[in-house]
Design a binder for this molecule. Structure first.
Ligand SMILES: Cc1cc2nc3c(=O)[nH]c(=O)nc-3n(C[C@H](O)[C@H](O)[C@H](O)COP(=O)(O)OP(=O)(O)OC[C@H]3O[C@@H](n4cnc5c(N)ncnc54)[C@H](O)[C@@H]3O)c2cc1C
Length: 831
């Protein structure tokens, strides 16, 4: 066994071996993999081997696409059989909402380059004659999809990795991971120590145990998953004898199961409600090829549904039930990328579709490790998208929920109920009493919108056929009527106009907040962020952290509070992500101190034309334009409470963000609400903000802003000051500019559309040719227009260019309009 290696991968399941394979392919022949038992002896051996390309996430979709393409070539490359069966995959739709979901997905797939075909029930019957298509209203088919033999695939990847010089040590358990004084890692195993630069954890159900070795609370907890294999069925045997093709993978999403042929019998895998989290304290030291006792009672409703759909399934006996551990995260996507707080420690964990994801996950992680950046936007799978709130109790509730919801319709506005309410700002109950319908971000409860008193969906609404199988409404508290109906089309929430005509109050306590101070703070911010640091105390600038390649990683509002003191605000969902980058970039000489103050500070945003009149009633501070202009900030008193008041907002109206000690929030809230009566102040939620920001063409991470797009492609020219200064990513951005940009962010008006809007990820066409991708969309209530933001080639970015968007399967005309169609001169912000 080697004593030194460039990288040590821990875990010999399909994910770890793929990571090793890709490191070797990138030239790291001195990478090794350590497996405590045999390759595949964790979750991989018992996987059903399905390769579902269907995924609504842009990151995960690209990962899956890469995997399937790699697996097609692997056998030729390594000589090792992988058992790939490209039998296609059909997903049935039994409700209109399900069909909308597929139509939305088909747009995502088009932008990623994954072919998808729509089928009629008759076409389904032709391909799957054993399927009863009663009640089916349509289906999609992935022609490239199918299944593979997971153990063979892993062996092929291992063979490829060894051919690239990498080594694999089986029957070797990692027992400790220690940081050396030289900044390397010492991986202690029961067969000896290995010193290395990088450690990659790909340990499946052991993820939390491995994390503990370096002090990480890894947000992964497995859930039990079962599938049933039947005895052969005469009809399938007959099809085989007659040389008919395999019928392919069948998914009845509305009954939450997958089915395929297996040795002339059938294999059925339901995703049921009530599957328990398992290995809560980790598997035992001798766990190997482990299965749990089966629990068919839990599967009963799905078995019945499967028999109704495919009667042949009920006509043969059960041969075997597999009940194994499947790793989960709270949102069901894996965690792939750097660990927080430690250097050169990488996570490739939490894979619930690990056979499907392994190829792409190994590819992108190897790129990140070897080249310093992945090439696709990995925000949807970044390990830092969860925070320290993701305790074991949280994981248990959320991961069981994520498992149970694998097949529910994934509405764009879906909010899931488990483990809530968790983080509450102090004015939570006050907002609830005012009708707040909450959503969550990063564990925080945040009002999405406010329902009028007594408002609730009526029985007729809830009994519409689409609702029968899908819970397409927000779960209501006991005794309350559901108030929100989810849809891919325009929904039933409103309140934008009030912010425009009068004044509104928004809780943004979830913002990530950092205090940066010290003698080196200004110089460090200058060389780290894209915009010039505000020179005068009290001024504010919007600035960006770029990737080393010149793409956009994070956005910060930078408020200069003193000569050596800065207050930074960034997206709430990215707190751990942003903090990790700031801390890792911070000089170690003590000249800069960074403190994360998210939970110490609440934020209330007052916005609308009467914002000044109202705020003047509760403060002695001079709020006039001369004394308190746009893009400036001050400490002011609101009633008796001290607050940072920043004259910025994300809705494009006159307003202030009030960042206050969190324990004084209710004082400020009450004072504002009392004084606000005179001005008809009303609270508003994040959905209104999203519509209002679209009308200002304000960008969001990871939509308009991403590491896949150069900062200048995202039209950040005003905030990226290239003149006479160096900052992280600048050189790469200039190189990119020389090579030529392929995209430009545009704002578009979508024409002739009445019941639906773009949501982001819709494909953009010009004369039948796919030219771009929509990043956000919605209805702009101030303008009365359906709007979309999109990335298109620079030559199509001129105002007036006519393009087409496909929204839920319909081609819609759209034209490029000037940026910030609402108040382009920012007169309302400056008022
Ligand atoms: C019943 C069932 C059916 C499934 N069907 C599918 C499917 O059809 N398609 C699909 O894509 N996915 C499927 N999955 C999920 C799939 O099995 C997993 O996502 C995948 O196998 C995860 O691979 P992995 O490499 O991350 O983990 P594992 O295969 O569990 O590998 C982790 C390895 O790390 C090793 N390890 C842990 N700790 C240490 C240590 N300290 N030192 C050394 N080694 C260590 C373990 O021994 C283990 O071998 C299914 C899962 C189940 C339960």
């Amino acid at each position: 066994m080697r004593t030194h290696a460039r990288a040590v991968v821990i875990g010999g399941g399909v994910v770890g071996v793929s990571t090793l394979y890709h490191l070797a392919r990138k030239g790291w022949s001195d990478a090794v993999l350590v497996e405590r038992k045999e390759l595949t002896s964790g979750s991989t051996w018992h996987a059903a081997g399905l390769l579902p390309l269907f995924n609504l996430s842009y990151s995960v979709g690209q990962i899956h696409k890469y995997s399937v393409r790699l697996y097609k070539t692997l056998e030729r490359e390594t000589g090792q059989h992988v058992g790939l069966r490209e039998v296609t995959n059909i997903r049935l739709a039994c409700t209109a909402d399900r069909l909308d979901e597929y139509k939305y997905y088909a747009g995502v797939a088009a932008t990623i380059g994954v072919p998808v075909k729509f089928l009629s029930p008759a076409e389904v019957k032709e391909i799957w004659p054993l399927c009863n298509v009663e009640g089916v209203i349509g289906a999609i088919q992935h022609p490239e999809d199918g299944y593979i033999q997971p153990a063979d695939l892993t062996q092929a990847l291992a063979k490829g990795a060894r051919a690239g010089g990498a080594e694999i040590y089986r029957q070797t358990a990692v027992t400790a991971i220690l940081a050396t004084p030289a900044g390397e890692w010492l991986v202690r195993t029961d067969k000896g120590d290995i010193v290395c630069e990088h450690v990659i954890s790909a340990t499946g159900s052991f993820a939390r145990k491995t994390g503990e070795m370096v002090g990480l609370d890894v947000p992964v907890l497995p859930v039990q998953h079962q599938y049933i294999v039947t005895e052969p069925h005469p009809a399938i045997e007959e099809r085989r004898r007659r040389g008919f093709p395999e019928m392919g993978v069948l998914r009845e999403s509305d009954a939450s199961y997958y089915m395929r042929e297996e040795n002339a019998g059938l294999l059925l895998g339901p995703y049921e409600v009530g599957a328990p989290a398992c290995y809560v304290d980790g598997p035992s030291a001798d766990a190997e090829y482990e299965l749990f006792p089966d629990d068919l009672d839990r599967l009963a409703p799905h078995i019945e549904a499967a028999i109704a759909r495919v009667p042949a399934f009920g006509e043969v006996g059960i041969k075997k039930v597999y009940n194994g551990a499947i790793a989960y995260t709270p949102d069901g996507s894996p965690i792939i990328g750097p660990a927080w707080g430690v250097r050169n420690f990488w996570l490739n964990e939490g894979h619930s579709f690990g056979v499907t994801a392994a190829g792409g996950a190994g590819w992108q992680l190897a790129e990140w490790i070897v080249e310093g950046e992945p090439s696709i936007d990995m925000m949807g799978v970044d390990p830092r998208r969860f925070g320290s709130y993701a305790s074991q109790g949280y994981l248990r509730e959320k991961n069981e929920e994520a498992y149970a919801k694998v097949f529910t319709v994934h509405y764009p506005d879906e909010e899931r109920p488990a483990a809530r309410p968790l983080k509450q700002s102090p004015c939570y109950s006050r907002m609830k009493a005012l009708g707040a319908v909450f959503g969550t971000v990063y564990g925080w409860e945040r009002p999405n919108w406010f329902a009028p008193p007594g408002y609730g969906l009526d029985e007729a609404d809830l009994k519409k056929p689409d609702v029968l199988l899908n819970e397409n409404h927000a779960p209501a508290a006991p005794g309350e009527r559901p108030r929100e109906k989810w849809s891919f089309r325009r929904s039933n929430y409103f309140e934008h106009r009030h912010v425009h005509e009068k004044v509104g109050l928004l809780d943004m306590t979830a913002f990530a907040k950092f205090e940066v101070s010290g003698p080196g703070a200004e110089a460090w911010l200058e060389r780290t962020l894209t915009n010039r640091v505000p020179k005068a105390v009290g001024r504010i600038a919007l600035s960006y952290l770029l990737s080393k390649n010149g793409g956009v990683r994070s956005e910060f509002t930078v408020f200069r509070e003193g000569e050596q003191r800065f207050y930074l605000v960034s997206a709430g969902a990215l707190e751990r992500h942003d903090r990790d980058y700031l801390l890792k970039l911070c000089p170690s000489d003590g000249s800069v101190t960074i403190e994360c103050v998210t939970t110490q500070n609440g934020v209330l945003v007052l916005a609308g034309p009467r914002a000044r009149d109202l705020l003047e009633r509760v403060t002695d501070a001079d709020l006039s334009n001369a004394s308190f202009p746009w893009l400036s900030g001050k400490m002011i008193d609101v009633g008796a409470a001290r607050s940072r008041a920043l004259r910025v907002n994300f809705v494009g109206e006159l307003g202030w963000e009030l960042h206050h000690p969190i324990e004084m929030q209710t004082h400020i809230f009450d004072r504002l609400m009392a004084a606000g009566r005179e001005f008809d102040l009303k609270p508003f939620g994040i959905r209104a903000m999203d519509s209002l920001r679209l009308e200002k063409s304000y960008r969001l991470i990871p939509r308009e802003l991403s590491i896949e797009y150069a900062a200048l492609e995202s039209a950040l020219d005003r905030f990226v000051r290239l003149d006479n200064r160096d900052f992280l990513g600048r050189a790469a951005l200039l190189d990119w500019q020389k090579r030529g940009f392929r995209n430009r962010l545009v704002t578009m008006e979508v024409h002739g559309i009445t019941d639906t809007d773009a949501r982001g990820s819709e494909p953009v066409y010009r004369g039948g040719e796919l030219v771009g991708r929509c990043t956000s969309g919605g209805y702009g209530w101030r303008l009365g227009k359906s709007l979309a933001l999109a990335m298109v080639p620079p030559e199509l970015a001129q105002t007036g260019t006519e393009l087409e968007l496909v929204i839920l399967g319909e081609r819609r005309k759209a034209s490029v309009i000037p940026e910030s169609p609402f108040d382009p001169k920012n007169e309302r912000l400056r008022a």
